[in-house]
Write a protein that binds this ligand. Sequence first.
Ligand code: FAD
Length: 369
Amino acid sequence: MPERLADEIAVVDELVGDRAEGWDLAGEIPRELLRKFGAEGLLCAQVDAGHGGRGLGSRDNGELTAHAGSRCSSLRSVMTSQGMAAWTIQRLAGPQQSAALLPQLVSGKLAAVGFSETDAGSDLSTMSTTVELDGDSLVLDGHKVWVTGAYYADLLVVFAKCDGGAAAVVVPTSAPGVHVERVADPMGCRAAGHAHVRFDSVRLPASSILGGPGLPLPLLVTAALAYGRISVAWGCVGILRACRNAAARHASSRTQFGKLLTGHQLVERHLAELFVAEQVATQACAYASECWEAGSPDLVVATVLAKHVSAGNAAKGASTAVQVLASAGTRDGHVVARAYRDAKLMEIIEGSNEICQLILAEHAVKTAQ
Ligand code: FAD
C-alpha cells in the first residue's frame, strides 16, 4: 500500500473497524457513517482539489478502493456508485454544473447512478425512461432497477431517452414523484443499498441535464461505465487480498493429519492459485490505471480487461478461500463467506463476463496482424 495513502487508509480503517460483518448481516451501513466517509472526500477521491476533493490519480484511487473492498464490499460498492456519479459529472457537466454539484459529493451528500431497467440490462439501447423538455423545465418518467446505493442517495444520475438521443439528469431523491424501493435480500453486497427507483412525472429545472439534451446514449453510458469498471476491478483486487490473507492465516495455524495445512500440497496449491489470482488482477488494474493517467487510447480495452480478469479471479479466488477454511469460513458474515457471495455479483455488473468478452473479442479481431 503506498505510504502516501496512509491518511486515507487510516480513515477507512477507523470508520469500518470490525463492523463489516454486522453491516452485512443487518443489510445496512449507518447512513451517518456514509456521510462522514463522504465528507472526508473518500467516496469519490478522484474529485479535484478545486472542487474540494482529494484529487487522487487513478492508481491511488484504485489502491484506496481495493483497501475498502478488502474490508467491506458493500462500502466499496457505495464508493463505486458515488465515484461513478462524480465522474459522469466531471465528464459531461459544464463549469457551473460542476461547481454546484461536485462540492456536494465531497461534503457528505450521497449519490448513485441509474441506467438499468427491467427490460434493458445488458442492452441499454432498449431503455424506456424518458425526459421531455418543457420550457425551462424537464419531465422525467420511467423506472430504474438495481441501483446500487440508491437507498442511501440524496442525488441520482439517471440516464434516459431525450430529444432524439439521450440525457444524463441529476435528480434529487427528495423531488416529488421519485419513489425508492429497496431490493429485498440481495445475494451479496447486502449493505450496499440496492434499490429500484420509479419516476412519475418528475419535474426539474432543464439545467439538471448534464451537458445538454440529445447526446448519443453510448457516449453517456460509456463515461459512467468506464469509471464503474475500473472501480469494481480494484474492488475485486481487495476481495482477493482479503481472501488470500484469510486462507494463508488459517492454513498456517490449523493442523490436520499431524501437520499444518500449509504442509499439505493440495492446500498449498490453493494458496498458490490465490496468490496468482491476486497478483494478476493487481497487474491488470495497475495497467488500466496507467492508461487512465496517461490518457492512453488503450484505456477502454485495458479497463474492460481489468474488470473481466479481476471479477473472474475474485469469484474463483473467493471459492478457493472458502475451500481452504472449510467449516471455519462458512459462517454467514465471515470474511470469506461474504467474499464468496459478493464476488459473484462482480461478474454481472458494469458489463457482465459475456459483455466484456464481446468487447475483448472485437478488439482481438480488430488488432489482429
Ligand atoms: P441480462 O442483460 O438479461 O443478461 C442475462 C445473461 O445473458 C447474462 O449472463 C448476460 O451476460 C447474457 N447476455 C446478455 N446479452 C448477451 C449477448 N449479447 N451475448 C452474450 N451474452 C449475453 N444497474 C444500474 O443502473 N446501476 C447500478 O448501480 C447497478 N448496480 C447493480 C448491482 C448489482 C449487485 C446487480 C446484480 C446489478 C446492478 N445493476 C445496476 C444492474 C446491472 O447493470 C445489470 O444486472 C447488468 O447490466 C446485466 O443485466 P441483466 O441483469 O438484465 O441481465
